[in-house]
Write a protein that binds this ligand. Sequence first.
Ligand SMILES: [Fe+2]
Ligand SMILES: [Fe+2]
Length: 387
Amino acid sequence: MKSPQTPTLSQWDDPLRQAVPAANRSLFMQHGYAPELHQAQVPDVCHALELVQNLPPVNPNDKRIVNGNTDINQLAPFKYPWAWEFFLNGNKNHWTPLDINMAQDVHDYHHKLTTEEKHVYENVLAYLTTSDILAMRNIGLAVMEKMSAPELQIYQARQVYEEALHTWTYQHCIETIGLDQSEIYNRYRVVPAIYGKIRMANQRLERVMRADFDLRNRDNLEEFAMSYLFFAAVFEGCWFYNGFNPIFALQRRGLMKGTGEQLQYILRDEALHSAFGMKVVEQLLIEEKLVLDPKRVQEMWDESEAAEHAYAKYILADPILGYSADDHIGQFHFVANRRSRQMKMPEPFPGAKERLDWLSEQASLRKEKNFFETRVTEYQTGVSLSW
Ligand SMILES: [Fe+2]
Ligand SMILES: [Fe+2]
């Protein structure tokens, strides 16, 4: 037996070059490895290669949302081509908060906003920034690792990045305007109406975040589906979606336009997050032959409505011009019904009408020519969001 060779400088990052003797060179040559190798590590490596040669190809029909038993490292063939489409569409949305001019916002905040409007602006940021960290952690730590098809995880990896980008955006606004950072970031811990939403989210998400949460257990599987439904339909699909509206109401009046534009970019991402999450839940329920208890789903909506109600009453205790707590809650009901229809579930708030008929035009980035006129780069390269 030869003694191990000392690796040359060019071999230091290629362990296989140091691991196979002459007898096994032909096998390794087939796989493109040069055979300057050491015998001691050979049997395991060769055995692994022989096993690989005997593995059947991945059958996409064996993929599952969770508890799949195919090779998670092989992207295609796809079982969920729509998930890949979400990834491609997400990648059409490129921006950073530094791209948007905030100079007028600094002036507006310090010289034009009323006390009530400042109260709205600050608390919306305080709520959103805490929520987006929670969103990033939930997708990255609880949801993504439980998915067993790579095309799902790849979009979620993009989502984790986007949630971090959103957190940067709020921080950029807070910093640029010159708000007291520690006070804004701590606000959810001292204002019950903000804490109520964060607490509800933590309660509904934290158990499934545990690494030992076993999805082969049917009760756990149902709880996971409920948690993801809450996250996609309520947390992202309503609370975030609706949460930007008070700022859009300011933007509509020509105030805090930079912040409004930042939130338009975030909203475009969130629309995809919410739609993707609901699609995953829908597919999960079909695959696992699960039916969520309608009573539990209605309870989820009622609980989230109560939290949203308290939040709206706090941030809009004194209404601002063009926007009130009733507008906020009414719009929440309207969006909640739409999310439920998307999930083919009964509307939780029958009869709710759209309160903000100006919103889809105001929040849409389709008015790109106006919004981008001071900018040199076209950031949106094709995705269209339906309202
Ligand atoms: Fe986000
Ligand atoms: Fe999100």
